[in-house]
Design a protein around this ligand. Structure first.
Ligand SMILES: [Zn+2]
Length: 330
């Protein structure tokens, strides 16, 4: 199996564990969004179930069936579509426990992936804890999540934890380029999504490019304090709002994390990594307040709050910040 280079290290740890016959019975994969946690989970399942000459060969029938999610000893548990909140239910976990009590079909073991593990509701997490407290030999349970803190501590403590960190931006772009050429498109995609290469792979790149252009336009207008708040809010509320806000968040975060030299000397600036030539003047404390603001807005929008109104409030905050930046710079 060929994994993206940034997964080499965690993959090696799993390979060594298998070589020393010390595979954990429960693995908590803490994944940065879109960093490839699912690929690593698939690799772990292949390590367990592979019948080829080298572990997780990627070529044998078992490896191929795992990759296609067709292996009878590989179970994927995802949120129950019947449940509104996108939760994994206690019934799903009980079903699973029943099946684990039987022996595996092909005799090499059984691998279960729960994704995302933070979707387990309270009852499901309790039921799973019981299963983990009495581990069965040959069963590998993989909990994949971007937010381990949302899992009960009792559950976390039963698992070996492995971090799947996001690659650097250049490494992500290099890898995406090997999947499909078009560096400029990939770069725009990462501006919107953050460094989430696996997520970028499945997206409509034209759409992301438009979203990026729209977000930069809003930031440029903010620099003059002249966003047309009501119109922008109404337009954004109609579609792609989550991605638009994510793009704003990533642009501002980029500015804070990689400030141009003038900012490091404590002066007002024009341009961050993604904001070059956008004319958005801002200092770091203000940028941080705007990052907080957009995160708070994203949380609010997940509830049933009045979307245009909440959005308008944030756009006003952007306008004010831009004006403040100009005054300070002038
Ligand atoms: Zn194989």
């Amino acid at each position: 199996v060929t994994l993206p280079p940034w997964l080499d290290e965690p993959a090696k740890q799993l390979l060594n564990a298998r070589g020393n016959a010390r595979m954990p019975h429960a693995l908590l994969l803490h994944e940065a969004p879109g960093a490839g946690g699912e690929m690593l989970a698939t690799y772990a399942a292949q390590l367990l179930l592979c019948t080829g000459p080298v572990p997780a060969c990627g070529q044998c029938r078992s490896c191929l069936r795992v990759a296609r999610n067709e292996h009878p000893d590989y179970r994927l548990i995802v949120p129950d579509p019947e449940l509104k909140l996108g939760q994994i239910s206690v019934d799903q976990v009980r079903d699973l426990a029943g099946q684990l009590a039987l022996s595996s079909h092909e005799g090499l073991g059984t691998c279960v992936m729960i994704s995302p593990a933070h979707a387990l509701n309270r009852f499901a997490a309790n039921a799973l804890l019981k299963t983990l407290e009495e581990p069965r030999p040959g069963v590998l349970m993989i909990l994949l999540t971007t937010s381990p803190s949302l899992l009960p501590a009792t559950l976390r403590s039963r698992c070996l934890r492995l971090r799947v960190a996001a690659p650097g931006r250049d490494a992500a772009l290099d890898w995406l380029e090997t999947q499909r050429p078009g560096r400029e498109n990939w770069s725009a995609a990462l501006d919107v999504l953050g460094v989430a290469p696996l997520e970028a792979l499945g997206q409509d790149l034209d759409q992301l490019r438009d979203i990026r252009a729209g977000a930069l336009e809003v930031l440029r207008d903010a620099g003059q304090g002249r966003i047309d708040v009501v119109r922008t809010a109404a337009r954004w509320a109609q579609g792609d709002l989550a991605l638009r806000l994510r793009c704003i968040e990533n642009c501002l975060t980029g500015l804070v994390l990689q400030p141009p030299a003038e900012v490091r000397r404590g002066r007002e600036v024009r341009a961050g990594a993604q904001l070059q030539s956008s004319g958005f003047d801002i200092n770091i404390p203000v940028a941080l307040a705007l990052v907080d603001g957009v995160r708070e807005l994203q949380r609010l929008l997940a509830t049933s709050v009045n979307k245009p109104l909440a959005l308008e409030r944030y756009l006003w905050q952007l306008n004010r910040a831009g004006l403040a930046g100009r005054t300070a710079a002038g």
